[in-house]
Design a protein around this ligand. Structure first.
Ligand code: PMP
Length: 307
């Protein structure tokens, strides 16, 4: 079983540290109404090593958890600072000194009108980033999914609800069944939307292009971060606009961005190879700079919160 389904030895549940195996709930939980966040903490100085951890973009992630809760009518009975302390406690309880994924989850309690469960599982993950990391350049064949991304007037992708991931799973499973490594959704208008668990950015003629929030995407913390540092730090122009399917095929480079995906280069889409060089030079520059930000080597006030 993968780490994502096992979790670490300890998690935080409704105010206390408990063994993950003993973090039990009723079989009657209203599981269709849960929300969550996906956050990462990276090792300071060298993200491929061990040492002190910093949480990346804590504030926008925790603010989005509150927004998702508001959309689904859930009241979180803790402050944002209490949850930050809870994350720190959970990481310390597990003794982690390498990169950690943190997934705060909130859902209504069985039989209680207003009360919710707040649970914070954590687990270690292997990054794709960092100097000389061989995982980064692996070949990845993607397909355009036959499933459309959920429309924001039906099930809003802007709220990070578990229910949205049923749509994601359809596309991911279809891709796997068809022998691909991943899927790209079109939105209900037929424009490029996002991947099942990440945003997409393309590169054409030296410009980075990414779909707007109105293309049924999650308002990604990583995407917002990239929109800020790519033009400012790397001098590469960025466009936020609709992308057609044919434009996607005509990209010089494409990559996924997200907390989980970090920077995941894409080799081909529907078996059409993108550009000449893989991973592309702009994708590689962005990934290297991002790794320097995550490790704290490039200073960004407020983006890293010590564990
Ligand atoms: N879209 C979807 C559907 C996702 O699940 C994620 C991962 N949270 C993203 C985009 C990227 O968002 P973020 O950068 O905030 O992790």
């Amino acid at each position: 079983m993968s780490a994502a389904f096992r979790g670490a030895r300890y998690c935080w549940m409704n105010g206390e540290i408990v063994e993950t195996d003993k973090a039990l709930v009723s079989a009657m939980e209203p599981i269709y109404l849960g929300i969550f966040e996906g956050i990462k903490a990276y090792v300071e100085g060298d993200i491929l090593g061990e040492g002190n951890l910093n949480i990346f973009q804590w504030k926008p992630h925790i603010d989005r958890l509150w927004r998702s809760a508001a959309v689904d009518g859930l009241q979180i009975p803790y402050t944002k600072d209490q949850l930050l302390e809870a994350v720190r406690e959970t990481i310390r309880a597990n003794g982690f000194r390498s990169n950690v994924y943190i997934q705060p989850r909130v859902w209504p309690r069985a039989g209680a009108e207003e009360a919710v469960h707040v649970v914070i599982p954590v687990w270690k993950f292997e990054t794709l980033l960092g100097k000389g990391n061989p995982r980064f350049g692996a070949r990845r064949r993607f397909m355009v999914s036959s499933w459309r991304r959920i429309a924001s007037d039906a099930l809003p992708p802007q709220a990070k609800s578990w229910a949205n991931y049923a749509n994601s799973a359809l596309a991911a499973r279809e891709a796997k069944r068809c022998g691909y490594d991943g899927a790209i959704f079109l939105d209900n208008r037929g424009f490029v939307s996002e991947a099942p668990g990440a945003c997409i950015m393309t590169v054409r003629d030296g410009r980075v292009i990414t779909p707007p929030v109105s293309a049924s995407i999650l308002e990604s913390v990583t995407r917002n971060t990239f929109l800020e540092f790519i033009p400012r730090d790397l001098g590469i122009p960025v466009e936020v606009r609709d992308i057609t399917r044919v434009e996607l095929y005509a990209s010089d480079e494409a990559f996924l961005c997200g907390t989980g995906a970090e920077v995941t280069p894409i080799t081909s889409i529907d078996d059409i190879e993108l550009g000449g060089e893989y991973p592309g030079p702009i994708t590689t520059r962005i990934a290297e700079h991002y790794a320097d930000i995550l490790s704290g080597r490039v200073k960004k006030p407020g983006w890293l919160t010590p564990v």
